[in-house]
Every structure is written in C-alpha cells, then in structure tokens.
Design a protein around this ligand. Structure first.
Ligand SMILES: Nc1ncnc2c1ncn2[C@@H]1O[C@H](COP(=O)(O)OP(=O)(O)O)[C@@H](O)[C@H]1O
Ligand SMILES: [Mg+2]
Length: 258
C-alpha cells in the first residue's frame, strides 16, 4: 500500500513541546497499566500510538484529557502542569479536542442539531457560531446529511460527525481514539486525508491511536509502540517498522507497509 502522506511537515521538529507526559504510572486496583511513561509531542506533529488491545492507549487519552488521574506523574500542556486541572477547564484552557472510540454524539438529534449543540456550548456570539458551523458543513461536505438523525448515519459518517464536533472549538490538540476501527477502505482514506489536512491547513497537533498499524502509519509523522506499560519504540513509520524490539513485541516478522 502506498503511503498517502505525500508530503511530511518537518517543521514540527523544530517547534516546542506542546504536550508532555512526565513519568506517568497508572494502576487499576493493584494492576499496573502504565509504567513510568515519558512522552513529548511537538506542536503540529501527527503522532500515532500503537499497541495491542488492552495495553493502555485509551488510558493515556483519559489521562491527557483529565477523565482519569494518573497514579503517579505529571501532564504538561504548553509547559504548564495541568495534572490537577479538571476536565472541562483543561479542555477550554488548552483547547483540547477529543474523539472517543465510541459515541460522542446524540443519537436522536440530527447531524445539524449535533453541530449546533456543541456550537452553543463553545461559541457565545451568534454570528460567529453560525459562520463556524457553515464552514464545518462545507469542509466535511455534510450538506446532504444535515437532517439525518445521528443513529441513522453510517459508521464513517458518525466518525466524521464526531471529528467535526471536536473541531468546532478550534482545538490546538486533537486526540483520536481508534478512528479507523470497523470502517471500510474508502472511509479510512477519507479520515486519513482529514487528519493530514488538519495538520497542514489548521495547524493542529494530532494524536491518534490504533491497535492495527497499517492505517495509522499512513498518516502520521511519528509513531510510538506501547508494550507492557512502556514505550518500546519511537520513530518515523519507516524507522519503527524496522525496529527489532517493535517487530518482536508488536508487528511480527511479516509486517510491511509498502
Ligand atoms: N476503569 C478501569 N478499571 C479497571 N481496569 C481498567 C479500567 N479501564 C481500563 N482498565 C484496564 O486497563 C488496561 C488498559 O485499558 P485501555 O487503556 O482501554 O487499553 P487500550 O485502549 O490500549 O485497548 C486494560 O487491561 C483494561 O482492562
Ligand atoms: Mg482503547
């Protein structure tokens, strides 16, 4: 499969760290999920997090958003310790957008009503709100879907809606939890293009996770591989698939991306 990311924005490498996880450990009851994990994400980087089911990817997103408190360690955004900042304040202050793996929209509201709902929470000024929603509708080509209830949208359309809802607040950081799961090839391609465009045009930093490597590696600048609570490899897609530790713990010997 050819890489769809035809150009790679290298300038993010020189930019400052936007998000930092510092010596994060996480226990559920007495079971350790994350073990002294350190991670820095640069401004405007698209970072992929890979690892098998149950390794702790969603837990990392919950710790970044504030949905869960780490057992040990700190979360920094823009250099500021935000470990104790509550979820809503953190999302607003640091402009965090989060797309959970499941749900994220109201089933019984139509697509337009879902967009308006988020707009009313985030944008007080009526004309600005209207303009923002119109821009999103055009960008995501939502025109034919506006009156369809959330529960009647296809899997890919639901995913697009939840990403669009996360974008209404003009996030600086967008967290996507397994956005490609259970979608068809064309929808995956469309989402990959959305991710690459968000970085290039909207200058957003994106963190995306998946338990399957192929779809994720085609749209990221850098990927990390998680295993047993730690990051065992980090690098560009081409570097990471050659990493012997990542191959033995995660990819397997047969894995190739092109
Ligand atoms: N609230 C919870 N209580 C106890 N164990 C949990 C809880 N949430 C997640 N876990 C466990 O933590 C591990 C990591 O979960 P998760 O972060 O959802 O993994 P991933 O997203 O990589 O599939 C799993 O073994 C899961 O069973
Ligand atoms: Mg998960």
């Amino acid at each position: 499969m050819a890489l769809i990311k035809k150009f790679r924005i290298k300038s993010y490498k020189e930019k400052q760290t936007l998000l930092q996880l510092d010596k994060i450990s996480m226990f559920y009851n007495k079971r350790q999920i994350l073990n002294n994990l350190n991670l820095k994400i640069n401004k405007q980087e698209v970072l992929g997090m890979l690892g098998p089911n149950g390794v702790g990817k969603s837990t990392i997103f919950h710790i970044i958003t504030g949905l869960k408190d780490p057992s040990f360690g700190k979360v920094y955004i823009n250099g500021e310790d935000c470990t104790d900042i509550p979820i809503y304040e953190r999302a607003k202050r640091f402009k965090l957008g989060y797309v959970p793996q499941y749900g994220g929209f109201i089933q019984d509201l139509n697509l337009l009503e879902n967009l308006k709902l988020v707009g009313e929470i985030h944008i007080k000024e009526k004309d600005l709100r209207k303009a923002k929603i119109e821009k999103i509708i055009a960008q995501f080509e939502f025109d034919p879907l506006l009156k369809i209830k959330g529960k009647h949208l296809s899997g890919g359309q639901k995913k697009k809606l939840v990403i669009a809802m996360a974008l209404i607040n003009d996030p600086s950081i967008l967290l996507l939890d397994e956005p490609f799961a259970a979608l068809d090839i064309m929808t995956i391609k469309m989402l990959q293009e959305i991710i690459v465009n968000l970085q290039a045009i909207e200058k957003i930093t994106v963190v995306v996770c998946d338990h399957q490597a192929r779809d994720l590696l085609t749209c990221v600048d850098r990927a990390i591989v998680l295993s047993s609570g730690k990051i065992i490899a980090s690098g560009s897609p081409n570097e990471i698939i050659k990493d012997s530790g990542a191959r033995s713990a995660y990819f397997g010997d047969e894995f190739k991306i092109n």
